[in-house]
Write a protein that binds this ligand. Structure first.
Ligand code: PLP
Length: 413
């Protein structure tokens, strides 16, 4: 085909094209994935990779999961989009499934984790203002937390690097130390509308929340009338071995946000809450064009039905134990390279020891060259978040490739 007849659809594209025409907010890998199935992925040159990232804890049922492909294809031929002037059957079924499976009585749907948190924080403010008055508006969040990239959610997030240059920031937001009950006690006073927390901090370095800390937040919220918001965007939908992580801690939030794995890669976010709180989001108070779109809802319904099974969740824990055992052994073999692996279920962090701090990306790059895709969480932690359907053979293969990558780096030193 000559240049005259080429279109954007047929023209060759490479990683360089990203640098030429995309806003440079990301620095993607050198290879461009073109096809994937389960945890297998192939790039433009046909090279194979074992994917232990699942698109940052998203494709939990694997790439192009056949059940999801078939459900989505069926819905694609029925109706794609209606707008909020109409409801649709898939979203009604999804709301029933989520409310039956959790503490919540009601669901609000949107398109991403940031948007779910934005909705949660707005709802908490509205509830507090209507029930107690406008003085009750302060939001408490944790240092090192991550809640999304809208201006409100970066301000609530506990990582200054994401707010720098975007000032002025919304006021009345304060941060406490994660897992520090005294810090929480000092901050959560009568003017607080909401306390937002990740049950396990993902982006902040894969730091599991202490049950005692989460319980203390619950008690402080009960004492002050603040709403407790659990951000389960990364920890939710089976990732930790429970449908939602709050279930493992025995601490029930007032509002829960979910996204990422809920759509297995089809964008959807959800905010779940109780009848009492939901009534403060009346007609016209909040919304989004695509929220509860029939395509996204169809995928999410199938995801929830597949993952919320005792055997499925038990297997997540079993797979987690296998990976943890491998990482403990790796840590024992390379004590100057790694600290103790940590996490919950299949959200796992492997911290680097002092001598290698700041080099997490070097390890993931070395693994990628060998055909293993891994994540980082900050500059000091290698993160694994494979699809929840990962097999024992894939776990063994990831261990083999990671060891090879570690050797490359250690030998180069
Ligand atoms: N909350 C948590 C805990 C997350 O890990 C993320 C994304 O990494 C978000 C919110 C933001 O989600 P999204 O990127 O879908 O807006």
């Amino acid at each position: 085909m000559n240049a005259m007849t080429e279109t954007a659809t047929t023209r060759p594209v490479t990683r360089q094209t990203f640098d030429d025409v995309l806003v440079p907010t990301y620095a993607p890998a050198a290879m461009v994935p073109v096809r994937a199935s389960g945890l297998d992925l192939w790039d433009q040159s046909g090279k194979h990779y074992l994917d232990f990232t699942s698109g940052i804890a998203v494709s939990s049922l694997g790439h192009c999961n056949p059940k999801l492909v078939s459900a989505l294809t069926e819905q694609l031929n029925k109706v794609w989009h209606l707008g909020n002037g109409y409801t649709n059957e898939p979203v009604l079924r999804l709301a029933l499934a989520l409310t039956e499976a959790t503490f919540a009585d009601r669901a609000f749907f949107c398109n991403s984790g940031a948007e779910a948190n934005e909705g949660a924080l707005k709802l908490a403010r509205k509830y507090a203002h209507e029930k107690f008055g406008p003085h009750k508006s302060r939001i408490i969040s944790c240092l090192s937390s991550f809640h999304g990239r809208t201006l409100f959610t970066v301000s609530v997030g506990g990582q200054p690097k994401y707010t720098e240059g975007f000032e002025p920031l919304p006021p009345a937001i304060d941060h406490i130390r994660y897992n520090d009950i005294e810090s929480a006690r000092a901050a959560i006073t009568d003017d607080v509308a909401a306390v937002i927390v990740e049950p396990i901090q993902g982006e902040g370095g894969v730091i599991p929340g202490d049950t005692a800390f989460l319980k203390a937040l619950r008690e402080l919220c009960d004492q002050t009338g603040a709403l407790l918001v659990f951000d389960e965007v990364q920890s939710g939908v089976g990732r930790t071995g429970a449908l939602y992580a709050y279930m493992q801690h025995g601490v029930t939030p007032d509002i829960l946000t979910s996204a990422k794995a809920l759509g297995n890669g089809y964008p959807i976010g959800a905010m779940l809450t109780t009848n009492e709180i939901a009534q403060h989001f009346g007609v016209g108070s909040h919304g989004t064009t695509y929220g509860g779109n029939p395509l996204a809802a169809t995928v999410a319904l199938n995801v929830i039905e597949t993952i919320n099974q005792p055997e499925f969740l038990a297997r997540v824990k079993e797979a987690s134990a296998r990976i943890m055992a491998n990482l403990d052994k790796l840590g024992a073999d390379y004590p100057t390279v790694f600290g103790k692996a940590r996490g919950a279920g299949l959200l796992i962090g492997l911290p680097l020891a002092d001598a290698y701090k700041g080099r997490a990306k070097d390890f993931t790059k070395a693994a990628e060259a060998l055909g293993l895709m891994l994540l980082i969480a900050g500059t000091d932690v290698i993160r694994m978040a494979p699809a929840l359907i990962v097999s024992d053979e894939q776990i063994a293969e990831a261990d083999r490739l990671l060891r090879q990558a570690v050797e490359t780096i250690v030998n180069a030193a």
